[in-house]
Design a protein around this ligand. Structure first.
Ligand code: PAF
Length: 325
């Protein structure tokens, strides 16, 4: 039977209707990080997703890969460079091997407190370093945060540098940290984060160091007996994008991604503010022995290493960071 004018009209209307109703498919983006969804990184990723969705409803589907699901932080940075990962939040433990200048933030006892660190990161020094990422095949979007790194181990409470001597401690693959630990006589054992839990379980290392945000969210009280509040170094985190992902976005989309990354940084800092207070009680309840340390003795023991850092990063820069009020 030949279609009459009515069936032709109906078919045309259906086709047009289907065309209007079918929403453009959301673009998938992969967001990687080393810790659980209930960590500060998870809080940052959740804020990113929420802000992006509010800015550009239905346009992007952010798929989260927590718990190092796409590899350790070094592999994640390589994935960003290659464009196999779109977004990530990582520590400067890893970035120093890609953007060496970020290592200046890893100098021990450089920052007085969280607000000092945030002032520097949000100021000229921090923003210039964020811009450095683009020279190394990465896009730096925002400085998030982990908090001050603390020392945990299974052998003894660490109060003075003498107590730390001879302990086999996992460090990040970060030459600035490794140099400081060696100066203290610690047997620094650089290791990617995904291997740390097994190494602690098997006793191939005595301890590790990380901020309260990680100690709590990664359940370290299950693996470590002593927590010594060394606060030896501040740990920033950075929200990064792959240059190929970033380059494929329109100006409007880039602005939305930037807004989402800024929201992620705010969420991470809020998490850290909370856990640096509440975390101590939480780990005590979980069975850890917590002790204060002699910070002046640690800082003094590290004096001989500062000339090396000055040479590496410039004394003027280090002092301008230290003297930021
Ligand atoms: O210790 C590290 O390697 C980092 O602090 C971690 C836990 C991977 C978070 O970035």
């Amino acid at each position: 039977m030949r279609p009459n004018w009515f069936t032709k009209l109906l078919t045309a209307a259906c086709v047009a209707g289907a065309f209007v109703a079918a929403p453009a498919a959301a673009k998938n983006v992969k967001f990687a990080y080393a810790l659980s969804t209930s960590s500060h990184y998870g809080a940052g990723a959740a804020a990113f997703v929420e802000t992006l969705e509010a800015e550009l409803p239905g346009k992007f589907k952010v798929e989260q890969f927590p718990n190092s699901a796409l590899g350790g932080e070094r592999e994640v940075l390589e994935g960003l460079q290659l464009g196999t990962i779109d977004l990530a939040v990582v520590s400067t433990g890893a970035t120093v091997n890609f953007v060496p200048a970020t290592g200046v933030f890893d100098i021990p006892f450089l920052f007085r407190d969280l607000s000092h660190a945030r002032k520097v990161l949000d100021g000229e020094v921090g923003q210039n370093l964020l811009a450095e990422f683009s020279k190394r095949g990465l896009v730096g979007l925002a400085w998030g945060e982990q908090g001050f790194r603390q020392f945990t181990n299974n052998v003894r409470p660490v109060v003075t540098p003498e107590d730390a001597k001879g302990l086999k401690v996992r460090t990040m693959e970060n030459p600035v940290h490794i140099a400081a630990f060696r100066e203290l006589g610690i047997l620094a054992t650089p290791m990617a984060w995904p291997e740390v839990a097994t190494a602690l379980q098997q006793g191939t290392i005595d301890g590790q160091e990380n901020p309260m945000s990680v100690i709590v969210s990664a359940n370290l009280p299950q693996l470590q007996k002593y927590l010594s509040l060394t606060s030896h170094v501040y740990g920033p985190a950075v929200v990064l994008a792959s240059p190929s992902t970033w380059g494929g976005l329109s100006k409007e989309e880039q602005a939305a991604f930037q807004k989402a990354a800024d929201a992620a940084a705010v969420a991470m800092r809020a998490y850290v503010d909370n856990v640096e207070q509440s975390g101590i009680e939480a780990v005590k309840k979980a069975g850890m022995e917590v002790n204060e340390v002699d910070h002046a003795a640690f800082s003094k023991a590290l004096d001989p290493i500062y000339p090396q850092y000055y040479k590496q990063f410039g004394q003027e820069l280090v002092e301008s960071i230290r003297n930021t009020q």
